[in-house]
Design a protein around this ligand. Sequence first.
Ligand code: XMP
Length: 324
Amino acid sequence: NWTMENFIETEIKRIRTLVGPTAEVIGAVSGGVDSTVAAKLMTEAIGERFHAIMVDNGVLRLNEAENVKKNLGAGLGINLTVVDAADEFLDKLKGVTDPEKKRKLIGNTFIHVFEREAEKIKPKDGTDVEFLLQGTLYPDVIESISFKGPSQTIKTHHNVGGLLDNMKLKLIEPLRELFKDEVRHLGELLGIPHDLVWRHPFPGPGIAIRVLGEVTREQVAIARKADYIYIEEIRNAGLYGQISQAFACLLPVKSVGVMGDQRTYDQVIALRAIETTDFMTADWFPFPHEFLKKVAARIVNEVDGVARVTYDITSKPPATVEWE
Ligand code: XMP
């Protein structure tokens, strides 16, 4: 009979047989649920012969790289390397305002950086790394077969397709028959902390598509702080689990405000929170007014460069979840 406990046992055996006694496996981790669960399962199966790589692309959430190092490396015992490639990504993003260009640029740079790091991993016996781990889920499998649309960009980013061609890696996808809720259940059985297992999704291009217009270090810093405060307040209010995804966007618009007896002229933050089952359609989340009032006050008071906060009350469709 199919149980998740049996699945873990069978899958670990399958991985060990497939990889054999000496070969090495690499895989990208993002701090998200799928790559973390896949990496933990792989670590259970082959230990240090699995090498996780996290690329800090400069557009991650506040403290994300450090948190992943702590939670996945120290906490879960995953053999992890965090690569700081923020300058490389941000330099390339200079002057780029088109959302699809941002996505392509980040996707391509990611492949480039990951490949460079992967080549540094040399198995002890002098052979090359043989396998690439991917946290592909069943819906991704279906989507990449049947769906041709804008989210193909998502595929290029997450599937690190170029790596397979250039490095002649063989693919391991232990989650390819599972749905998201099953992956979460699996994560819990593998001892991954609750907050990590129940994390909202975060797009590959990260804050770059939440800073509307040109992405600079300064703009990313503002968006990050606002987002951090927003998510912190959502957690404090006990609402995180009721929301499917929430984030702050920084708009390339200035607006007049008043602080004390000073006139200010600063940017606008738009908050988004949605409820959805499949991300194809979504409703905006009905926060209590007191919550919105508190978050708005905190963001304007604590984040330099922000004069005004708005809440996005558009459903999908017609709006998308992300602003870009
Ligand atoms: P949209 O904006 O298309 O978002 O309604 C639906 C879901 O997809 C995520 N998303 C992305 N994820 N790379 C990703 O990895 C992307 O380029 C991308 N664009 C959107 C979005 O965060 C939401 O969960």
